[in-house]
Design a protein around this ligand. Structure first.
Ligand SMILES: *Cc1c(COP(=O)(O)O)cnc(C)c1O
Length: 395
């Protein structure tokens, strides 16, 4: 008899044959600007550790102290075991920091989307979703069973036309517009003020997933709603503490009534345990740092600006980024793989991103700038980009 998992072996084989099998590298050091990958020291441009908090001494200390005081695990889901004080404290601090009415935290940004979207809309409703939205938004939309109406990326006119058509059709009860705040492959920002206009025009709920903007955009990293000064206007701002905050955990910030509803009906809140004690304590310390100083956020932007300018001066195409994510557009898939491999050989760890993550012919090296990089790190990396760029006749 054929093995029950033969079809999986076949599919894995197919991935290997097509060069699509993802071999996950092992990191043998803390997450920093320089790390050791598979035994090799490299400058790290792969992490979303925007502010260098993943191994920040004060976050590490806060986590250790909290373990001494509260232990490690939350024991069960918060609605059953009760919630620990520090989880409430984190939510209150995040709400104050972001200027939101209320915040609920979840295990991750991914589960924040799975909790939020199906709690807001369901069968008989419709969701307008940017065509390039993150997988967790797409999954949240699917779980809701609402009709998903994709609009062209950041195309407000297309959204407005589709909203008008769907509203006029009389086929749906309720509507939701959902978008990434920062699109992680290009580093471009959603036109939130214009999306808000469409949402207001048709009285539609507006939700933004600001995973790559949390701790990056806005005053001192307060996020995309602060960046555009849309406090009280965007209904739901999802975020994550796994990127700039350097830890793990999901955030939903917005109107109190929405947060209250998620505490009653957000399924990953009701049926999955909370963040662990050290996670929460480290995030609290992260909020403290950001509230007291914009130094790390300023450094992140200065580093990114310096890297981007120098790359452009070298003759590289850095795409349409508006954030510290810098896509080095090489277009050709094979060239991009080869470029990334050579960067690594020369001590620079930066991901090749190719089809199917981005469109065919749009392959790029994605450089994640962070506050954890020193001027020397950036200069050395630029030297390597120049060397490899010349070797491969890109510049
Ligand atoms: C990274 C990311 C997530 C997932 O966040 P986690 O906290 O790692 O689960 C969700 N949405 C967007 C837009 C992201 O970029």
């Amino acid at each position: 008899m054929e093995s029950k998992v033969a079809y999986l072996e076949d599919q894995l084989e197919e991935l290997r044959e097509n060069g699509l099998f993802n071999t996950i590298r092992t990191i043998e050091s803390p997450m920093e600007g320089r790390i050791v990958v598979d035994g090799k020291p490299v400058i790290n441009f792969c992490a979303n550790n925007y502010l260098g908090l993943a191994n920040h001494p004060s976050l590490v200390e806060a986590a250790k102290n909290a373990i001494d005081q509260y232990g490690i695990g939350p024991g069960a889901v918060r609605t059953i075991a009760g919630t620990m004080g520090i989880h409430n404290q984190l939510e209150e601090r995040l709400a104050a920091f972001k200027g939101a009415e209320a915040v609920i935290t979840l295990q991750s940004g991914f589960t924040a989307n799975l909790a939020t979207i199906p709690a807001l809309v369901g069968r008989g409703d419709a969701i307008f979703s940017d065509q390039l939205n993150h997988a967790s938004i797409i999954d949240g939309c699917r779980l809701s069973r609402a009709k998903i109406i994709a609009y062209a990326h950041n195309d407000v006119a297309d959204l407005r036309a589709k909203a008008k058509e769907a509203v006029d059709s009389g086929e749906y009860n309720r509507f939701l517009i959902v978008t990434d705040g920062v699109f992680s492959m290009d580093g471009d920002i959603a036109p939130l003020p214009e999306l808000y206009e469409v949402a207001s025009e048709f009285n539609i709920l507006l939700m933004v997933d600001d995973a790559h903007g949390e701790g990056v955009l806005g005053k001192g990293g307060r996020g995309i709603v602060d960046h555009f000064d849309l406090h009280g206007k965007v209904d739901i701002e999802v975020g994550t503490m796994s990127k700039a905050f350097g830890v793990v955990g999901g955030i939903v910030a917005g109107k109190r009534v929405i947060v209250d509803w998620l505490r009653q009906r957000g399924r990953p809140f009701l049926f999955s345990s909370a963040m662990t004690v050290p996670d929460v304590a480290a995030c609290l310390q992260g909020v403290d740092l950001l509230e007291n100083s914009t130094e790390l956020v300023d450094r992140l932007w200065a580093n990114a600006e310096r890297f981007k300018r120098a790359m452009q001066a070298l003759g590289f195409d850095t795409g349409k980024t508006q954030t510290p994510i810098v896509p080095v557009m090489l277009k050709d898939e094979k060239l991009t793989q080869e470029f990334s491999r050579k960067l690594f050989e020369n001590g620079v760890f930066a991901m090749a991103i190719a089809y199917p993550t981005v469109a065919r012919g749009e392959a790029r090296i994605r450089v994640m700038n962070t506050a954890a990089h020193s001027d020397a790190d950036i200069d050395e990396a630029l030297g390597v980009f120049e060397k490899v760029g010349k070797e491969l006749a890109v510049i």
